[in-house]
Design a protein around this ligand. Structure first.
Ligand SMILES: [Zn+2]
Length: 148
């Protein structure tokens, strides 16, 4: 999934769970639950291209803007940490974009296959409408939840 739905899920966990350890476990676990929902999150496949870089930049800025707008100052940095934790499984994959051997390292190889081919078997190719619908509904619901 895109950064924003994962990130807002981490923010909602921060709002509901004040204990750091269970909240961090919930945030990282939430990533895999959301990735299993059919979705679309790249333009032209899973590699570096201008469109994907712009998508990630815009998506990341949207996530940070919503964080700043929706999270009270008292838990702002705790929520940011959990938002990042909810995206951590994707951060682990970043070196593989620049250095393909990253995905051949023991444990990383198994993680990569599970995180992409197994868990997200239904992510591409699909149209943007169907690909964004579950993510849009999730983001809308989470904005509502976080704003109240
Ligand atoms: Zn992922």
């Amino acid at each position: 999934m895109l950064i924003t739905p994962h990130f807002l899920t981490g923010l909602a966990i921060a709002k509901g769970i004040p204990e750091a350890a269970p909240a961090a476990i919930a945030a990282v676990s939430s990533h895999f639950v959301l990735d299993a929902v059919p979705h679309r999150d790249t333009i032209g496949g899973h590699h570096l291209n201008t469109a994907n870089i712009l998508l990630v930049a815009g998506d990341g800025l949207l996530a940070l803007g919503l964080w700043w707008w929706l999270i009270p100052e008292s838990i702002r940095w705790y929520a940011l940490t959990l938002g990042l934790a909810a995206n951590a499984p994707d951060f682990i994959e970043i070196p593989g974009l620049f250095w393909p051997k990253w995905n051949a390292i023991p444990l990383m190889k198994q993680f990569h296959v599970w995180h992409t081919d197994v868990l997200q078997y239904a992510r591409e190719p699909r149209g943007w409408f169907i690909g964004l619908l579950p993510q849009g509904l999730l983001v809308g619901g989470l904005i509502y939840l976080l704003a109240h």
